[in-house]
Ligand binder design. Structure first.
Ligand code: B12
Ligand code: SF4
Length: 467
């Protein structure tokens, strides 16, 4: 079959992200012997022009769309990407008679709503490797597409989303049809997965829904092999480990880091880390393996809020993890998620003074928590009347503690303006699109929060007009 895969993601903040999910889909389709092309819209200036030439000239039998992001998750400057997706679907229909299938994390978070809203034929929920193969086999044999785990047909929308088909062993993505170098050129990093799944159950989080709650690890040898290909064939010298949690299970991470250091891989990297599973041996091994910065998904510095959010660690764990990073000399950032259920002025103040004590390289503050279907936060939001039974969660809706309301925005602005190390994307404190684009022009790789200490003072909309 002739299959065209399209990555619709055009977001370039915080930097352009290589469509890894689509590369996994390309890999299994290629192995099965299909003719493949990929259209990556990330750097595209004229979508219609690109689509008309690629789609009408090549005449694919099937078009697969990858929808990574629904929105930018940023309150109050929330931005939905769905009109861009609609535009691509309309153009597919205009220039081709091919059937359309859509998948990706963004799609998987609101599949039935999206199939109702977009004119596509099929949707794949969750990991796409097995479902796409089964779907393509059905289409080739012209047999009805029914009962395939993870696949839904638009003409026969189910009441409930069918069970997801998780791959037993994670393979290798096929990157050759994509312009890897362009991502690096624009300040991005390579990306690689060492495992799938998260066994924890933080009340707002979609990661266990997307990747499952049992962890499936890749053999360190496979990861090393992929890193070598990234470096030698694609010139990638900086990667982001896209795992939900890099350091869980701890021994898998430790083994990988030792292996990377022994093999002299020579790639720098960053990852999400859970402060609960950090010790000196692991952080030292991470540093030796090339880790340049750690992103802790800390959420709060209030013991009560950590409990309410369902976090698996304590404030003592956060202090210890920060102390170890400082001692070993790895830059680290704490990500805060403020305004969740139970948040009030007291818990906010606790968090701010706790962060002051930890002295991280940076504190990234997100205000309000995006509500997703299937999470505990959805239930809380329904019971508190923050959303109703008909609220369409394919669009961004945020939980903000009724004890604070939008007053939280002035509290956060004031605290952040008093602290040089706080970055608040939603309020553009110590960050702006212009600033990011400006810095990326110097081809600086790695997380930009590492540079925050170089700023002279804290301000709103740095490097922007009027900022
Ligand atoms: C790592 C990560 C990041 C890193 C990326 C680093 C890097 N260099 O890659 C960073 C921190 C930079 C980041 C940034 C953002 N992220 Co992010 N990120 C993730 C995370 C944890 C993993 C993504 C990943 O690579 N997965 C591995 C790949 C292999 O999986 P996959 O893409 O899902 O692909 C599989 C399936 O979806 C499916 N599939 C994919 N495409 C297709 C196509 C077809 C045709 C089919 C059939 C199937 C299919 O099959 C694939 C293989 O199994 C996810 C959460 C998660 N656990 O998924 C969030 C996530 C993707 N991010 C999200 C968002 C919103 C963002 C930001 C907009 C946030 C922000 N304001 O900064 C930005 C956008 C960046 C950009 N330019 O696009 C959301 C998207 C959903 C939403 N609410 O819109 C997610 C789902 C998190 C969440 N809240 O639930 N992110
Ligand atoms: S926030 Fe982190 S630890 Fe909690 S469920 Fe999500 S991925 Fe797992």
């Amino acid at each position: 079959m002739k299959i065209l895969l399209i990555s619709v993601n055009r977001e370039r903040m915080p930097y352009p992200v290589f469509p890894l999910g689509l590369a996994y889909i390309a890999s299994v389709l290629k192995e099965e012997g299909h003719q493949l092309r990929i259209l990556d819209l990330c750097f595209c200036d004229d979508v219609e022009e690109e689509m008309s030439s690629q789609v009408s000239r090549w005449r694919p039998d099937l078009i697969g769309l990858s929808l990574r992001n629904l929105d930018n998750l940023t309150y109050p400057t929330s931005l939905s990407y769905l009109s861009e997706v609609e535009e691509v679907v309309v153009l597919c229909r205009k220039y081709s008679g091919a059937q359309l299938v859509i998948g990706g994390s963004g799609f998987s978070l609101a599949p039935t709503e999206l199939l109702r809203a977009l004119e596509v034929d099929f949707g794949v929920v969750g990991e796409g490797e097995n479902p796409i193969l089964s779907l393509v086999r059905c289409l080739e044999r012209r047999i009805p597409v029914e009962g395939i785990p993870g696949v839904i047909a638009a003409e026969d929308l189910p009441e409930r989303v069918p069970a997801i088909d998780r791959v037993a062993s994670i393979g290798f993505p096929h990157r050759d049809l994509l312009d890897n170098g362009r991502y690096l050129h624009h300040g991005g990093m390579g990306n690689i997965q060492t495992k799938r799944g998260c066994p924890f159950s933080c009340i707002y989080c979609t990661y266990p829904l997307l990747e499952g709650s049992s962890v499936r690890m890749r053999p360190p040898g496979d990861i090393i092999q992929e890193l070598r290909v990234l470096k030698e064939e694609h010139g990638v010298d900086y990667v982001y480990f896209v795992d939900d949690i890099f350091n869980f299970p701890r021994d898998h991470a430790l083994g990988l880091c030792r292996f990377m250091a022994d093999q002299g891989i020579g790639i720098e990297w960053t990852a999400f880390v859970n402060p609960g599973y950090v010790d000196e041996e692991l952080i030292a091994a991470m540093k030796e393996a090339g880790c340049m910065g750690i992103e802790f998904g800390t959420d709060s510095g209030s013991p009560e809020m950590l409990k309410r959010l369902g976090k698996s660690f304590s404030t003592e764990d956060i202090s210890r993890a920060s102390e170890i990073c400082r001692r070993i000399g790895i830059p680290f950032a704490h990500y805060l998620l403020l305004g969740g259920p139970g948040e009030d002025e007291k818990t906010l103040e606790e968090t701010a003074s706790f962060m002051d004590k930890l002295e991280p390289t940076a504190v990234i503050v997100m205000v309000g928590i995006r509500i997703y279907a299937g999470t505990e936060l959805e239930k809380i939001s329904l019971s508190e009347g923050i959303i109703g039974p008909n609220t369409n969660l394919m669009y961004p809706h945020f939980y903000i503690s009724p004890r604070l309301g939008d007053g939280i925005l002035s509290w956060v602005t004031q605290k952040a303006l008093e602290r040089k190390t706080w970055i608040v994307p939603g309020l553009e404190v110590n960050i702006s699109r212009n600033m990011m684009e400006h810095i990326r022009r110097f081809h600086i790789r790695g997380p930009l929060w590492n540079l925050v200490s170089r700023m002279k003072r804290s301000r709103v909309k740095p490097l922007s007009e009027g900022g």
